[in-house]
Design a protein around this ligand. Structure first.
Ligand SMILES: *Cc1c(COP(=O)(O)O)cnc(C)c1O
Length: 634
């Protein structure tokens, strides 16, 4: 390989204007010569009188190959900060008077070469103080076929020079401020510190600039240093593009900032650990507490027969189902439970999902698409909201449980195909959907109707069968969603409806298709809980009696309360106050949730008491009295 050194110099009125150099292969010499000439001719300092490109053959054996110094960036907002960064670098080199060195740098203005400065005595060692010492005969390793770069790449050229200088004998460091008026960035470099870009070291438009090489050693070495700097050919490899080294913002920062925001608004959430089965009373944080926050309204989770059903299924069929229902995960337990659920809800067919959340998400997203409209109650559960969003349908939110508002919205909104969806019992306030009107409106407008029975199954209706029974079978939604995780005390979700609907969902609902089906123990224990719900309606009656009793006690204590479901809301308002109240109740042995934004609207925080069929009257009387007292005190 034949390598040539190309050096360009341009001057005007005998004054230096610009200079540049390259080391290239023979074949690249003509093109590079033209590039360099163009650069010399187009320098921002103005017209050129004299331009010279010197072309010299190099011997490959003489060339020193170096890896580029590692690069870092110090962001400075003005020249003062920039000089401070340079001072810090000098102190790192154990230089006694950094300020004096910086003054030498200032005085170097207009010099072609660099000051060669004894770092300790501050004596100038360059033989010609006007010219200075020049580091030349170097280039970065060039790719063959590299497209010509006409504009000056300050960064790459400076890094090549700094790399060569940092390896010079007796040189311990370098300082540089460009004299280019359009360029305010400077750098400091050494073999140990690498190449440290300082983003601002001078004012824009200033032609101040200079270069200082810091020498440490006795005078005998000076000749060797200058020879290396001016004559040793060096090729530097491993330069990375500047943006690759720029310090990137901390990729985790937005998480901690977001959490700090939640903390400051009283919206930060933490976990509380329960150390016993979920029942009317639980063990947590070392003591027994009255549980007024569980969704297990009928306390099936702690029922021995339900637990035995889970244990039996796990013993007989193992712990996992091994796949989605459509692959290997379909067992007799799943099919039997679906059949029982369809019968329980008096529908043609049913489909299981691993959670209620997935049932809503998967069903709504499968039924609706971007050309549809979904009418959704403003207090619908998050899983409904997420399903609507995932479907990409247009979402029209109507006022909470306001059928007149819904009717008006329906008249006003044009659509071809759509869905109205609502909680049957609203999860935070425990109020009940006006199902007959809801279904009537959907029929009138040719919309599918969908109702989420998470909090109605096992709670409302004469026998706890849910919202259809509650309205004496007058009305029936097209899509009935329910959970196994609330009253039934286990885990899972389901959809009931006509076989056509279920067949469609089996083929289209992605959480059904792509998620492992529920475990045999889950299906078997749900099946047992469902059987007990049907054979022992007294649990439903006990729950209803408890709610009536609890509301009476609250009302007696000055907190008027009413609920037809298992959920008794107690308004608080401010998020932080709601948290403090829940915290105080916790201290007094009551577990009760503070419901805050985004679950409910901002400023409408509340306590949500959830009752169970197994609470005793003593527990409820104590809880009502304590809640009233704490609310009064805080
Ligand atoms: C809890 C709940 C769900 C989600 O059910 P999971 O089984 O907990 O996933 C859906 N809708 C409503 C109204 C709920 O309260």
């Amino acid at each position: 390989m034949k390598l040539y050194s190309l050096k360009m110099r341009a001057s005007a009125a005998s004054k230096h204007v610009s200079g540049s150099e390259r080391i290239v292969e023979a074949a690249e010499v003509p093109r590079s010569t033209a590039d360099l000439a163009e650069r010399g001719m187009s320098h921002p300092r103005g017209p050129v009188d004299f331009l010279n490109v010197k072309i010299e053959r190099l011997q490959e054996a003489d060339i020193l190959h170096l890896d580029a110094l590692p690069v870092s960036t110090v962001k400075t907002k003005d020249s003062r900060e920039g000089r401070e960064a340079m001072g810090a670098f000098l102190r790192g080199l154990e230089i006694a008077s950094p300020d004096k060195v910086l003054r030498v740098l200032d005085a170097a203005r207009g010099m072609r070469g660099a000051v060669l400065l004894d770092a300790d005595t501050l004596e100038r060692l360059e033989p010609d103080h006007t010219r200075g010492v020049r580091a030349t005969c170097m280039d970065r390793e060039r790719e063959t076929e590299e497209p010509p770069c006409k504009s000056k790449n300050h960064y790459a050229e400076a890094l090549v020079l700094a790399t060569k200088v940092a390896h010079a004998p007796h040189i311990i460091g370098e300082l540089c401020i460009s004299d280019d008026p359009d360029y305010v960035t400077g750098y400091v470099s050494s073999a140990a510190a690498g190449y440290r870009r300082i983003t601002c070291v001078k004012e824009m438009g200033s032609e101040d600039g200079g270069r200082v090489f810091l020498y440490r050693g006795d005078r005998a070495g000076v000749r060797e240093t200058i020879d290396y700097l001016e004559r040793q050919p060096v090729i530097v490899s491993g330069l990375k593009p500047l943006n690759a080294e720029a310090p990137r913002p901390d990729k985790w920062k937005f998480l901690s900032e977001s959490l700090d925001g939640l903390r400051s608004q009283g919206l930060y959430r933490t976990l509380r650990r329960m150390d016993s089965a979920q029942s009317a009373e639980v063990l947590c944080d070392g003591r027994k507490r009255i549980m007024l926050a569980s969704n297990h309204y009928l306390d099936f989770s702690s029922d021995e027969r339900v637990r035995k059903a889970a244990a039996f299924a796990a013993e007989a069929f193992g712990t996992g189902s091994g796949g989605s229902r459509l692959t290997t995960g379909n067992g007799a337990w799943h099919e039997r439970l679906e059949k029982a659920l369809a019968e329980f809800k008096a529908c043609e067919s049913a489909l299981l999902f691993s959670t209620g959340y997935e049932a809503n998400l998967g069903t709504i997203a499968a039924l609706m698409d971007k050309d549809c409209v979904i009418f959704s109650d403003e207090l619908n559960h998050a899983s409904i909201i997420d399903g609507c969003r995932l479907s990409r349908a247009r979402i029209v939110v109507y006022r909470h449980n306001d059928m007149e508002a819904l009717a008006k919205t329906l008249r006003r909104t044009p659509f071809e195909r759509g869905l109205i969806v609502s909680d049957a019992v609203f999860s935070m306030d425990g109020d009940i959907l006006d199902l007959p009107t809801f279904v009537q409106l959907s029929e009138k407008h040719g919309l599918l109707s969908m109702v989420d029975e998470a909090h109605s199954t096992g709670v409302i209706g004469k026998n706890g069968y849910g919202i259809v029974e509650h309205f004496n079978g007058q009305a029936r939604p097209d899509v009935l969603m329910g959970t196994l995780s609330k009253s039934l005390g286990v885990e899972g979700g389901f959809i009931c409806g006509r076989e056509l609907l279920i067949d469609y969902l089996r083929n289209k609902a992605r959480p059904f298709i792509f998620s492992t089906s529920m475990t045999p123990a889950t299906a078997a224990s749900s099946m047992k809980a469902l059987e007990l719900l049907r054979t022992e309606p007294e649990r439903v009656l006990a729950l209803r009696d408890n709610v009536r009793f609890f509301c009476e006690r609250l009302t007696d204590a000055g907190l008027p309360a009413h609920s037809e479901t298992a959920i008794v809301p107690i308004a608080v308002g401010d998020e932080k106050r709601a948290l403090r109240v829940a915290e105080e109740l916790w201290k007094r042995g009551i577990v009760l949730s503070a419901i805050r934004y985004p679950t409910v609207r901002r400023g409408e925080a509340r306590l949500r008491a959830a009752l169970m069929s197994s609470h005793t009257k003593e527990q409820l009387a104590y809880a009502a009295k304590t809640i009233a007292a704490v609310l009064k005190a805080l």
